[in-house]
Design a protein around this ligand. Structure first.
Ligand code: NAD
Length: 431
């Protein structure tokens, strides 16, 4: 089978809007904090990012002129371990967005119980207008300016919007040059050649299927009687499709930005991936199913709906028409808050993004572990450990949701905030 492109990003479900991103993150945090009856001091502590750094990133452009970019790194919290979070390059990057995304990483790592805190960084630039040499210079100068912030024991970046494994390689090299020894564990999302992990490409899609299969078991849904519709056929959606098929489910519909395809007999996922790969990365013109609209895909008669494309796909406008019994959020933020309420009333189980797509960050953790011990695991070992971590996280979230009589999303936030708060309590406040 043809390989899917190498891709892993630690992005989060917050897009630039009129709303302040940090405030909108806090609105969700508040629901869980209230249920947990957090003490006001702890609430204040968990709300406040530990460090917010702004650096000037001056570089000499290819035409000889000097240009100064602005770079950010926000460490939201590191009580559970080194902070972890992506670096994005975009003209929209703001400090408020970094704060929101950094906090989101704290909760995501805590849900799957990996020993990381949360961080996020970025450089305000437009990569489309930069040459590869300029991008490398920005990356190296940004890294050099944050030398005391980054480090395997302190803060570990990863790819995010518009950054990739090459950018991670430059960060690793710059950091290593300064500390005078090769330090692969300073970033994750590196090429396998530079200390990346086996199984990283598949990690997020696999995680979607591991968590969904746990939910199917709980609901008594047999794979052979399970029809799956997948929105988005990129890294996450196509790998999830392969895995659903491998476990015996039928994938009846797939879609991408060019449209959807329905086949009641089941889509041949290997064939669809091969088609996409030779068709410029999209499914336009695919003949393995009848063409349908993207909206129709979401409302198909099926047992599992896996939105693996964008934010805000399931809203109060279509939540009443969703027929699936399980929604597996491969994408970040595909369901908005109003829809959550409608889906809960209708008894549809939503596996929240913070858990459902956490396979990626979990294998990032494995990459960091392997780099630090200098011994690399087989794909099988990676997947066995991934399955264990996600299955435990699924059980924890389900039990918490049942205990507090809330949906799984709030259950996931409760468990994450509680873990960070308990660690803080045990460590105590220095000051
Ligand atoms: P990708 O770019 O590889 O794929 C995105 C897919 O969505 C493409 O097939 C694209 O055509 C499709 N798409 C775009 N607009 C669409 C629309 N209107 N309708 C239907 N399909 C549409 O991205 P990805 O890495 O697969 O990420 C998908 C989602 O998963 C994003 O929300 C991302 O933040 C999240 N996520 C990804 C990872 C990861 O490891 N890649 C990890 C966690 C979360």
């Amino acid at each position: 089978m043809e390989q899917v492109p190498y891709k892993y990003i630690e992005s989060a479900p917050i897009k630039p809007t009129d709303e302040d991103p940090f405030e909108s993150m806090m609105a969700r945090f508040d629901v869980a904090a209230k249920i947990l009856e957090l003490k006001p001091g702890v609430y204040q502590y968990l709300k406040t990012p530990q460090r917010q750094i702004i650096v000037a990133v001056p570089i000499q452009m290819d035409d000889g002129q000097i240009e100064v970019f602005e770079g950010y790194r926000v460490i939201h919290n590191d009580v559970r371990g080194p902070s972890k979070g992506g670096i994005r390059y975009s003209p929209d990057v703001t400090l408020s967005e970094m704060k929101a995304l950094a906090a989101w990483m704290t909760w995501k790592c805590a849900v799957v119980n990996i020993p990381f805190g949360g961080a996020k960084g970025g450089v305000r630039c437009d990569p489309k207008k930069l040459t590869k040499i300029e991008l490398e210079k920005i990356t190296r100068r940004y890294t050099a300016n944050l030398l005391e912030v980054f480090g395997p024991e302190r803060d570990v970046p990863a790819p995010d919007v518009n950054t990739n494994e090459q950018v991670m390689g430059w960060i690793m090299d710059t950091y290593s040059m300064h500390v005078r020894h090769t330090t692969t564990a300073v970033v994750t999302g590196k090429p396998i050649f530079l200390g990346g992990s086996q199984g990283r490409v598949e990690a997020t899609g696999r995680g979607v299927v591991i968590t969904t299969s746990a939910m199917m078991e709980k609901m008594g849904l047999k794979p052979s009687a399970t029809r799956v519709a997948i929105q988005g056929f990129g890294n996450v959606g196509s790998i999830a499709g392969q895995e659903f098929l491998a476990m015996g489910c039928k994938v009846v519909a797939i879609s991408d930005v060019t449209g959807g395809y329905y086949n009641a007999g089941g889509i041949d996922i290997a064939d669809a991936i091969a088609y996409r790969n030779r068709n410029g990365g999209n499914l336009e013109g695919y003949t393995g199913g009848d063409a349908i609209k993207n909206d129709e895909l979401l409302e198909l008669d099926c047992e599992v709906l896996a939105p693996c494309a964008l934010e805000d796909q399931i809203t109060r406008h279509n939540a009443n028409r969703i027929k699936a019994k399980i929604i597996a959020e491969g994408a970040n933020g595909p369901t908005n808050a109003k829809a959550d309420q409608i889906l809960a009333e209708r008894g549809i189980a939503v596996i929240p993004d913070i858990l459902c797509n956490a396979g990626g960050v979990t294998v990032s953790y494995f990459e960091w572990v392997q780099d630090r011990i200098g011994y690399f695991w087989s794909r099988e070992e990676v997947f066995t450990r991934l399955t264990r971590i996600l299955t435990e996280a699924m059980n924890d979230v389900t039990a918490t949701a049942e205990k507090y009589k809330v949906n799984m999303r709030i259950g996931a936030y409760i468990i994450a905030i509680d873990r960070v708060a308990k660690t803080l309590e045990l460590r105590g406040i220095y000051g």
